[in-house]
Design a protein around this ligand. Sequence first.
Ligand SMILES: CC(C)(COP(=O)(O)OP(=O)(O)OC[C@H]1O[C@@H](n2cnc3c(N)ncnc32)[C@H](O)[C@@H]1OP(=O)(O)O)[C@@H](O)C(=O)NCCC(=O)NCCS
Length: 173
Amino acid sequence: MTRVTLRPVRENDLTIFEEEFGTPAGRGELHWFGHRSPGRDRRAYAENGMLQDDGGTLTVCEGDDVAGRVDWGRASGWGPPADSWCWTIGILLRPAVRGRGIGTEAQRRLVAYLFDHTRAHRVQAYTDPRNRAEQRALEKAGFRREGVLREVQWRAGAWHDQLLYALLRTDPR
Ligand SMILES: CC(C)(COP(=O)(O)OP(=O)(O)OC[C@H]1O[C@@H](n2cnc3c(N)ncnc32)[C@H](O)[C@@H]1OP(=O)(O)O)[C@@H](O)C(=O)NCCC(=O)NCCS
């Protein structure tokens, strides 16, 4: 595996994201929620480079090549939002680069980035029970499995369980 890095999104990346993640095959059936406006990413890119105080997107690179994207957003609801907030992260890699360790390394780097540059105490992620690759990648990046969110996600005409994972600033990494 060539060196994995995260960098701000460039305009050309948006076309790659649209082509690679705009279909059930590219995105993966476990992450297909129907067609979405490509305008949403393009507007966010034009407005703020997809980097805001309450969330953002970085491009995952393997060497100079675009491998995918990582996203994060502010999650609250565990208490008063001003204090009891955390980040929820997500990742999409291009189908051709999966299974080579990039997902593990990219999520490791995203956690380090968020703990370095924000005051967050907790980074969380959720994934489908059938997504063994993401479960392993999260575990290898230091996340702990916390439990099952029962039938929390509507997808493909049915409700689906999700597994909740989290990594605290004070956890070993
Ligand atoms: C999930 C994803 C991020 C994982 O990244 P990746 O680079 O493919 O995974 P890695 O190569 O880092 O592998 C991580 C672990 O999962 C294992 N793994 C990889 N693919 C697997 C598969 N299809 N089934 C079971 N295990 C798998 C690897 O063997 C490795 O474990 P090991 O080191 O113990 O052998 C990536 O595959 C992806 O983007 N998939 C589509 C979108 C997605 O599922 N996003 C997650 C959002 S919930």
